[in-house]
Design a protein around this ligand. Structure first.
Ligand code: SAM
Length: 214
């Protein structure tokens, strides 16, 4: 599991005491590793997947949005938590999402998922529905843009979850100036200054920020 912020012993303990992925998600993880190589690290971790299913069950969204679908792990976890709502996925890659589409069918969730291909700043701008729940896990430099487009469309009480917001803890070190860390630090600063929302950073995996709209 990804647990960049925990000691190996605590990470193992957390893993052993959290619900594991089922065989389908394990197979998706193996196939993603075989096909994507180093890029497989983009996939969320099993504990994040369990979290996304739980939070979807709790929120019971009619409209859920995911920005950054890749081969489908997080979308399956969200889709499995839906009770009558729909998940709208946005990604730029036909190659990666063709794997996701195959697994949506196998997981029995294809009928509740819509995929829109293209740069998400453009495709989200044309999205006309009120959003209950959003998960953002795409190119980090565009997080402020995705955030604004989603918060504008979000109902009061809606929840936006942003992934990789701790960058292995580097965001807390002002001397760390790797470009993606700087982008995420700017995003974190922007969100905490926004009077429209409440914010909780969870030190899960590489950091997940929960943002609720007032
Ligand atoms: C970190 S991966 C998402 C991982 C996914 N959530 C999962 O659990 O497997 C990031 C994804 O964002 C997509 N992406 C990158 N830039 C994008 C953009 N401008 N618009 C839409 N999607 C983009 C990539 O194609 C990639 O599939």
């Amino acid at each position: 599991m990804k647990a960049d912020l925990l000691s190996p012993a605590v990470a193992r303990y957390v893993y052993e005491h959290s619900t594991k992925p089922d065989p389908l998600l394990e197979r998706l993880t193996r196939e993603t590793l075989e096909i994507a190589g180093d890029s497989a690290g983009m996939q969320i971790s099993p504990d994040q997947g369990t979290f996304l299913t739980m939070i979807t069950q709790i929120m019971a969204p009619q409209v859920a949005v995911e920005v950054g679908t890749f081969t489908g792990y997080s979308s399956i976890c969200i889709a499995r938590g839906l009770r009558g709502g729909r998940l709208h996925c946005f990604d730029v890659s036909d190659e990666w999402t063709s794997i996701a589409r195959r697994y949506w069918a196998e997981a029995g969730v294809a009928d509740r998922v819509t995929l829109t291909l293209g740069p998400a700043l453009d495709t989200l701008a044309g999205f006309g529905e009120t959003v209950d729940l959003a998960f953002v896990d795409a190119d980090k430099g565009n997080y402020p843009g995705y955030y604004e487009l989603l918060i504008e469309r979000m109902r009061p009480g809606g929840l936006l979850i942003a992934d990789n917001t701790l960058r292995r803890g580097h965001v807390a070190d002002p001397a760390h100036d790797e470009p993606t860390t700087v982008e995420i630090r700017q995003f974190n600063d922007l969100v905490i200054e926004d009077p429209r929302v409440s914010v909780l950073m969870l030190p899960v995996a590489d950091g997940m920020t929960l943002i609720t709209k007032h």
